[in-house]
Design a protein around this ligand. Structure first.
Ligand code: BYC
Length: 316
């Protein structure tokens, strides 16, 4: 019987992708496909977990019991998303311990957006509306990606993100109906979060080294710029609807393309943040390292319990 060569396997793998088939954990896959998915999925999981920090800051300061309950639920959802994606990544033969070590050592990335501070209550609205809004655009596309566990995780996560998006928009809409100070606070938050939200989609297509390969494998279904444009097109009318001004003097609807033209993104700022020099990079990693240390006894107890359970099973 003919044993397929590496080249033949890769050709068959690409043919499966081109036919729109889903790749599952037990299927053969090129090592590079596996590595790229681990990079992207672990980075995504870390973003969900680190993303709990800026919002978590405001749980004790939420302005009412209702706002507090909603925020608490949202932050817990993000933790759940992280765990869900870590499980998905484990199907690619990488351990949870390894992924966490890579985050804590600074080797693995997480989304640039979480290196900005939450200075006012309006920032909680901006995160829900803009940051989760950007995440939904990206993740709705990822729900159609070629790797089964990632795609299925996205379907469920997007449902919860929709609730997050609505609660954020409602916070800002309420502030925009309030006093001049409250409206100014909402606008200030829009001014600070708009551009970093656009950066969440990654560098422009011409500077995105991973996009070509990921699109050929249908992990990414749309380019960084296409998704960014989709986010702008749907978000600008929402801003106008509640009286918020988008902080971009060059923003203009183009009736021919039916898209908004926008101003230049400050890519120097983006690269500075992903290199570890954003306002909160050090603070975020410090918080995660401390949380990991403080949770050591929980991991030890869980391991002791699992070992005892196994002993009982063998004895029975
Ligand atoms: N931040 O070749 P490119 C959320 C890196 S949060 C940091 O275009 P790719 C939420 C990129 O990793 C949303 N780094 O990369 C949670 C690469 O560097 P490496 C999290 C970024 O992978 C709580 C280099 O730049 N979502 O849901 O083709 C509350 C070149 O880029 C960023 C995900 O993670 C960035 N923004 O495309 C609320 C989605 N952008 O790794 C919300 C999954 C780029 O080669 N990930 N880089 O050293 C993706 O969809 C893609 O990885 C990206 C980047 C579109 C982000």
């Amino acid at each position: 019987m003919h044993t397929p060569t590496e080249q033949e396997r890769e050709t068959e793998f690409q043919a499966r992708i081109d036919r729109g088939e889903m790749i599952e954990p037990k299927d053969w896959m090129p090592e590079r496909y596996r590595k790229q998915l681990i990079r992207m999925m672990s980075q995504h999981a870390h973003s969900e977990v680190v993303g709990m920090l800026p919002e978590g800051n405001w749980i004790t300061r939420a302005p009412s019991l209702r706002r507090k309950a909603v925020l608490l639920a949202k932050v817990q959802d993000e933790g759940g998303h992280g765990l869900y994606i870590y499980c998905g990544t484990e199907t690619l033969d990488v351990s949870r311990e390894q992924m966490i070590d890579d985050l804590l050592s600074g080797k693995a990335k997480y989304s640039s957006i979480f290196n900005y501070p939450t200075q006012t209550w309006a920032d909680i609205g901006a995160i829900g509306w803009l940051v989760d809004g950007a995440a939904i655009v990206n993740q709705t596309a990822l729900a159609k990606c070629s790797y089964g566990p990632y795609s299925r995780a996205m379907v469920r996560i997007c449902k919860e993100e929709n609730f997050h998006h609505k609660q954020g928009y409602e916070i800002l809409a309420t502030l925009m109906k309030g006093t001049p100070e409250q409206r100014a606070m909402a606008q200030d938050s829009m001014n600070r979060w708009w551009w970093p939200s656009l950066m969440m989609f990654g560098p422009s297509d011409k500077d995105s080294p991973n996009s070509g390969e990921l699109m050929r494998w249908k992990v990414k279904r749309h380019s960084n710029d296409d998704l960014r444009q989709r986010f702008i097109d749907r978000t600008v009318p929402q801003a106008e609807n509640i009286g918020l001004k988008v902080p971009d003097a060059d923003l203009k609807f183009n009736p021919e393309t039916k898209h908004y033209n926008h101003g230049e993104i400050d890519w120097a700022e983006f690269y500075n943040v992903i290199k570890g020099n954003g306002i909160c990079n050090r603070e975020r990693l410090k918080a995660r390292r401390e949380a990991h240390q403080q949770g050591a006894w929980v991991r030890e107890a869980a391991e002791a319990f699992a070992a005892k359970h196994k002993e009982n099973m063998i004895a029975a």
